[in-house]
Design a protein around this ligand. Structure first.
Ligand SMILES: Nc1ncnc2c1ncn2[C@@H]1O[C@H](COP(=O)(O)OP(=O)(O)OP(=O)(O)O)[C@@H](O)[C@H]1O
Length: 255
């Protein structure tokens, strides 16, 4: 679980995060949405410990990050998996080499143990025949699966995904979303996803935090988002005619 309390961040006197408080529970897929420039990336980088907040606190399993020793910060970093926008795989390494990389870097496991773990996670993301292929030889959806396998190979407590669907067709995007949600639940990970994808909001939004101008404007689940009368969130989510119609049908069905 991650608790965020009155988080603020300024750059050169400009406040970008203006006091955000929220809770991300384990076993849940938590989404951060909001317009470009609303502070999503800065917020996620604070959660990852890559940016130091100006004030406020972030608690991991109840413990304030500011109180962690350097060693504890390093340990925490190893409990965090990350799926980057565009997958960020090493082109010169095979699928297997990419997934094994964190184990080689951060553990003292034997080759056999590492191989067993790599085989397990690749199977878990439904990639069984791609071990020796290079990223350029597989599809974007498969690359995403490799990125997810690499993110979970160290058995993380926390999983952060930055725009995991960017560049994918809608059907593949839904498969990737569902995979992230399944893994989150199965391994009881606290997952935070930064997304622009409204399909993701509807499909896997167990908890959605909507940021606007550096503030939490709204939070709730994908079900709540159908019913909300918050103008900012409905203007953002229902900016397309299709989603307006979906929402209308949902509300009519329940009238
Ligand atoms: N290192 C930095 N120095 C100064 N300003 C920054 C820095 N990083 C981000 N900002 C500013 O913080 C604001 C929020 O940026 P952020 O990247 O978090 O937005 P975002 O919601 O992730 O946008 P997008 O959806 O386009 O990725 C922007 O005005 C940005 O210019």
């Amino acid at each position: 679980m991650i608790e965020v309390i009155d988080l603020k961040k300024s750059f050169n006197g400009t406040e970008v995060l203006k006091g955000i408080s929220t809770v991300f529970e384990k076993g849940k897929t938590n989404l951060i949405i909001g317009q470009s420039g609303s502070g999503k990336t800065v917020f996620m980088k604070c959660l990852l410990g890559l940016i130091t907040p100006s004030s406020g606190s972030i608690r991991y399993e109840g413990r304030d990050y500011a109180e962690f020793s350097l060693e504890e910060k390093r340990d925490l970093r190893q409990e965090m998996g990350m799926v980057f926008q565009g997958s960020a795989l090493f082109d010169s390494k095979t699928v297997e080499g990419n997934v094994m990389f964190p184990l080689e870097m951060f553990t003292k496991q034997s080759q056999e143990e590492m191989q067993e773990r790599v085989d397990f996670v690749l199977k878990r993301v439904n990639l069984v025949d791609a071990h020796t292929k290079y990223p350029a030889e597989i599809s974007g959806g498969m690359q995403k699966r490799v990125a997810i396998a690499r993110a979970i190979v160290m058995k993380p407590k926390y999983l952060f995904c930055d725009e995991p669907n960017s560049g994918l067709d809608p059907k593949t995007a839904i498969l990737i979303d569902n995979l992230i949600q399944e893994i989150t639940e199965e391994y009881q990970i606290t997952t935070v996803v930064n997304t622009h994808d409204m399909n993701s909001v509807m499909e896997i939004g167990e908890k959605i935090v909507f940021l606007k101008d550096g503030l939490k404007e709204w939070e709730g689940s994908s079900k709540d988002i159908f019913k909300t009368d918050n103008k900012a969130v409905s203007n953002f989510v229902y900016s397309s005619e299709l989603f307006k119609k979906v929402r209308q049908m949902y509300l009519e069905e329940r009238a």
